[in-house]
Design a protein around this ligand. Structure first.
Ligand code: 2P0
Length: 339
């Protein structure tokens, strides 16, 4: 890390990412070290923009968030505390004690069940480094982002397709690029079936993972699946990628359903979509599912099939709306501030 000139105000934009191979289970919950490597693609319609400003004019730390379709509002609670914990780590590194104002804006509906932790923590971390004149390379930035608490955020630092290497220490656990955002014209159709907040957080899910008798079996089969997924991306083998992401989504949800206590994230429509995709594939229309810690389905397809798949998906009873995403760059600094 190098210390440069402090500009004290900076803005970063960062995407959410969809995991093809899921991060599920932690080896170390303080250092956020995962039990397995995970692989993801950044999604371009689910962005967080964050401006931070350090100044003696602020008498206290202020965190404002503007959720999609809502008014900008000062927020308190767990999320704000997490963001400020990351700010405190950076204040120490930069040896500054000025108060901060943070304004964060999401480009996607917060009730779409897409966790904004990845985009929010990666945008905040990048903006902090710039404002405080701390210069990190991509690897160090990914590590600093991981330490914010949302592990999946460390993948959003990387452009395009990323693999988070689990490592065995804080210095060896970070994300690297598999391919950039222009490598492959894939799409992620987020199919929203339920707009409620999830009942059990991913954080709790991570802690429960080891209570599943089958968790060890998942970890055993993962290296092979990770290898094939990486290969499928590099060689643009869509059918292989599809098989791998479906296997991994089912494996993760099998762990949640067999944890003690069990957690069921799917609802009836989730399963209807899975069945429909399998039927359509028999007729040559290729879309594969993956599902995060909630009932909404991410349909991974080739861009040429977006329209057909979206039309058919919207006809399934219980589907509320869809969000179309393409692969995109990771976190970046922008000139235009939010305030
Ligand atoms: C992942 N997930 O690899 C795994 C798969 C969700 C399922 O890491 O919502 O980003 O703040 O608990 O910390 C989600 O964990 O999300 C996650 P929240 P976080 O993407």
């Amino acid at each position: 890390m190098k210390k440069n000139n402090r500009v004290l105000k900076a803005t970063a934009v960062s995407p959410a990412n969809i995991a093809f191979i899921k991060y599920w289970g932690q080896k170390d919950s303080k250092l956020i070290l995962p039990c397995n490597n995970s692989i993801s693609m950044n999604i371009d319609n689910c962005l967080t923009t964050t401006t931070v400003e350090f100044s003696p004019k602020y008498k206290r730390d202020i965190v404002k968030i503007k959720f999609f379709g809502e008014k900008e509002k000062e927020r308190k609670g767990r999320r704000t505390n997490q963001l400020l914990t990351q700010v405190d780590r950076f204040r120490k590194m930069a040896e500054i004690d000025w108060k901060v104002k943070i304004l964060s804006r999401n480009s996607f509906p917060s009730d779409a069940g897409i966790a904004d932790s990845a985009s929010a923590f990666s945008a905040l971390t990048f903006a902090l480094t710039k404002a405080l004149g701390l210069e990190f390379n991509k690897k160090e930035l990914s590590i600093q982002t991981r330490l914010a608490g949302s592990g999946s955020a460390c993948r959003s630092i990387i452009d395009g397709f990323a693999e988070w290497k689990k490592g065995n220490s804080s210095h060896s656990s970070y994300a690297v690029q598999i391919a950039d955002e222009d490598h492959w014209s894939l799409a992620d159709i987020v199919v929203v079936v339920n707009q409620q907040l999830k009942e059990v957080s991913s954080w709790r899910g991570h802690q429960l993972a080891e209570t599943s008798f089958y968790f060890k079996a998942r970890l055993k089969e993962l290296p092979e699946r990770v290898k094939k997924t990486r290969q499928a991306i590099k060689t643009k083998n869509f059918e292989l990628l599809g098989q791998m992401i479906e296997q991994d989504a089912v494996s993760m949800h099998f762990i949640t359903m067999t944890s003690k206590p069990p957690v069921f994230y799917w609802n009836g429509t989730t399963l209807d979509i899975i069945q429909a995709l399998r039927r359509w594939r028999k007729n040559g229309l290729l879309g594969y599912f993956t599902i995060d810690a909630g009932p909404n389905v991410h349909v991974i397809c080739q861009q040429k099939d977006i329209k057909t798949l979206e039309r058919k998906l919207k006809r399934i009873s219980g589907v509320k709306f869809t969000i179309i995403n393409k692969p995109c760059r990771g976190a970046r600094i922008v000139r235009k501030h939010l305030f």
